[in-house]
Design a binder for this molecule. Structure first.
Ligand SMILES: [Zn+2]
Length: 253
């Protein structure tokens, strides 16, 4: 009935304590409606925030979305919620050895889809962070039958645009799900004695050619050198490239 952006704007202004007349002037929403909204602001907020950025044209936090997309392409899946027609559950498997990543995942979900109840389901060695919504396929159109590596994975234009603007967060999400930062320690013996060298490296392993390509395209866009380590594994090993990744990824925690 009202432009969703204006509706959100109006609720924010009312929440700041602005007079109804001013909010009406700035949003065009009738004062009678504004008075009604002001009576139960928190319920109104919940209703607006639980809407879908795609279906309801609600602005999405691009940094959080890009990170979440990386996590989803790595270790996420979307399934029908049994017994609830049209409802889906998105789950992202997070290893229990990195509690910080479990929290980062839950935080990103809460920012992208505020108002949803975010659950943590334990399975051996990992915690599945997830939430129910009818709109997961809108946010992740890569959803489809079968495993991700058995089908074509392509970003749709609006996702492409976000990943282009938020490549660092996308790479961070991919590495947090299917990558790691390791340190190779090498000892060399020479006449002058033993010398130890440490080589930090990043690895990313995914069975999908398309997802690996999304990863390496994003690295290319940021000028980060990589090489194909084995059929499914991409390594970033050059010191300056590792330093660039350290600037926005770092070790898992
Ligand atoms: Zn939707």
């Amino acid at each position: 009935m009202y432009d969703p952006r204006m509706r959100q704007k109006a609720l924010e202004l009312l929440n700041e304590g602005r007079p109804v007349a001013e909010v009406n002037r700035r949003t065009g929403i009738p004062t009678t409606t504004l008075y009604n909204w002001r009576k139960n602001l928190s319920a109104q907020f919940e209703r607006v925030l639980a809407t879908c950025p795609r279906c309801h044209d609600r602005p999405v936090d691009e940094a959080a979305y890009s990170y979440l997309l990386g996590l989803y392409l790595g270790d996420g899946h979307i399934a029908h919620a049994p017994g609830h027609k049209g409802v889906f559950r998105l789950e992202i498997a997070c290893g229990d050895v990195w509690p910080g990543l479990i929290d980062a995942c839950a935080d990103a979900l809460a920012v992208v889809m505020p108002g949803l109840k975010i659950g943590r389901r334990a399975s051996p060695g990992c915690t599945n962070v997830g939430a129910y919504s009818k709109h997961w396929p809108c946010l992740f159109p890569q959803h489809g039958p079968g495993m991700k590596h058995t089908r074509k994975i392509e970003l749709v234009p609006w996702q492409r645009a976000i990943v282009d603007r938020r490549g660092r967060e996308f790479i961070r999400g991919l590495i947090h799900s299917d990558g790691c930062r390791t340190t190779n320690r090498v000892r060399r013996t020479s006449n002058s004695g033993d010398r130890r060298h440490e080589y930090p490296r990043y690895f990313f392993t995914n069975a999908s050619d398309d997802i690996r390509k999304l990863y390496t395209d994003s690295l290319d866009a940021l000028g980060i050198a990589w090489r194909q380590n084995s059929a499914r594994n991409i390594s970033v090993a050059r010191a300056e490239a590792v330093a660039l990744l350290d600037g926005f990824v770092g070790p898992k925690y």
